[in-house]
Design a protein around this ligand. Structure first.
Ligand SMILES: [Mg+2]
Length: 227
């Protein structure tokens, strides 16, 4: 997708909703996701029964592990969420920023749009990252997963609906940028159009099939379109 088409999609937007892991940075670039998942698993082991453990020891996606724990052992969901949030705060200190992600945030400020982070990651970790990069003043609101409530994670539209409410905005005044099908699904459920950021081979087709209104492989193109 070229800049002109993205400009058409972005023109009416007064608020940019941005997913965090992908569009802004690679959260687990320095502390690999499988290590984080393993750390979470080890922390939960004392609270788990043998029947719970199947599949969890080898889960490499910490957020998928959190979701599974919340589904099968809701009594330890809050503990798992808190532990993972602590690990994510450590991870973001080593995160790799996405080319064009920071420019996108700055371009919103320059064009009079507000930026809201909508993410399945922990709000504490997101705020720590933004403060570390001097971006906290450029972001109006952070909506990480609701602490203790992993069911709030996308594709649930809850976080987008909370942001819409906080922004006192209609869905038509907002656009969401995300790099996963669950982002597009959450956008559709909240009636917010989603631009797909296809940062890996094969993602463009997945995001388009999910219903993204536009797909790009470059955050820099989104920043240019906003300017
Ligand atoms: Mg993402």
């Amino acid at each position: 997708m070229n800049t002109t088409q993205l400009t058409d999609v972005l023109r009416p937007a007064r608020h940019l909703f941005l997913d965090f892991d992908g569009p802004v940075c690679s959260v687990f670039a320095g502390m690999p996701a499988p290590d984080v998942a393993r750390g979470l698993y080890e922390s939960l082991r004392p609270a788990l029964a043998p029947g719970d453990l199947e599949g969890w020891a080898t889960e490499s996606d910490p957020l998928a592990l959190l979701r599974s724990v919340a589904d099968r052992r809701p009594d330890v969901a809050a503990q798992a969420d808190e532990t993972l949030a602590r690990l994510e705060v450590e991870a973001v200190a080593l995160a790799k920023q996405t080319d064009g992600g920071e420019e996108t945030i700055q371009a919103c400020a320059e064009s009079g749009r507000s930026v809201w982070i909508i993410s399945n990651n922990s709000g504490d970790a997101i705020r720590a990252y933004l403060a570390d990069r001097g971006l906290d003043g450029a972001v109006t609101g952070v909506f990480g997963r609701v602490p203790g409530d992993p069911a709030s994670m996308k594709p649930n539209p809850r976080l987008l609906l909370d942001a819409l409410s906080a922004a006192s905005a209609t869905p038509a005044e907002c656009i969401f940028v995300g790099d996963a099908a669950r982002d597009v699904q959450a956008g559709i459920a909240a009636d917010v159009a989603t631009i797909g950021y296809a940062n890996k081979p094969g993602k463009a087709a997945v995001l388009a099939a999910a219903g993204a209104v536009a797909v790009t492989d470059s955050m820099g193109v989104i920043a240019d379109a906003l300017r």
